[in-house]
Design a protein around this ligand. Sequence first.
Ligand code: PLP
Length: 389
Amino acid sequence: MTTKEMDAAYIAHTYGRNDIVADHGKGAILTDEEGREYVDFTSGIGVNCLGYCDDGWVQAVCRQAATLSHVSNLYYSRPMAELAKLLCEKTGCQKVFFGNSGAEANEGAIKAARKYSFDHYGKGRSTIVSLKNSFHGRTTTTLSATGQEVFHQFFDPFTEGFVFVEAGDLAAASAAMDETVCGVMVEFIQGEGGVVPLEKEYVQALAGLCRERDILLIADEVQTGVGRTGTFLAQEQFGVRADLTTLAKGLGGGLPIGAVLFGEKTAETLGLSQHGSTFGGNPIACAGGIEVMHRLDEAFLAEVREKGEYLKEKLAALPHVEGVTGLGLMLGVTLGDGLTAREVVAACHKRGAMFLTAKEKIRLLPPLVITREEIDRGAAVLEQVLKEA
Ligand SMILES: *Cc1c(COP(=O)(O)O)cnc(C)c1O
């Protein structure tokens, strides 16, 4: 049985797969089962920040797997404590909770926001204001927090207590932030929504309203975090500090891990037995995370910003390109002349370069270690496809 046949026979059909069977990879290059190479501008949707099978990462993960692969959170273990220390030192947060995914991290942040409010104000202050066109995950509650109607089907009843306002409309946010509200949840760049950045002034004003009303600012940095936008957290570039920040995708460098970062207000909000996760803080996943943290120093992040600018300029100069949005190595390309991103990306796959789409845009989330040569090689594929379109 081929991989495709086995997949069709045994995997639930929830994904429309691209026609590539991944076999192995190194850096920004993926090789399929037939030995064809692809320059990867997807990195597993922002996961493989150090690329495929980075030497240091492989070593760290293998060493940990051979030492202590898993132990319950009922016991202490070094890797999770160390990763939490590195995260606090890097971001200024006070405490960390580890889970396994972005959705799980957001669930933790939502619970923490409601608990903070309960502790200080009692019941009835549990609503979370979220933005239209946002994406926060696939669990029932994170779907409820997601501001796109297409996600609010089939699975009723959804979790109550979410209201949605237009991104950028401060008056609407202010009106929604009444005495029933405990948190405001934002992505600084809406990723799945089409690589749509928020305005800096809007974000700062929103953070100001949160402070005045003791409403928690919840930053979903599952996609924008861990160096993706050229700073460790995207919020650094927006000049705000969230009360709760969630991370996942890039944090383990390719292993499943999610984290809630608690700021000063929320550091002690979740108490004994009030939250948990069997796999959360798994030593192997944390060993991957520690390697990522060690590698993402200031010089590395400056490189991400420079390569991001380089890639952005290259993309903007391609035929049929109407605009490029995003920061660092999180970019979205708007096509004109009736071209559809989906078709262009499919054509690129046939010629040896992998891209994502988000809404009507081509989306790029290359590994942060991608070289200028690899950028040139992949952009040349896109250029050829666009020229012939
Ligand atoms: C991917 C993503 C999630 C969900 O993460 P999972 O690991 O798939 O649960 C949540 N929020 C944002 C902003 C994301 O990009």
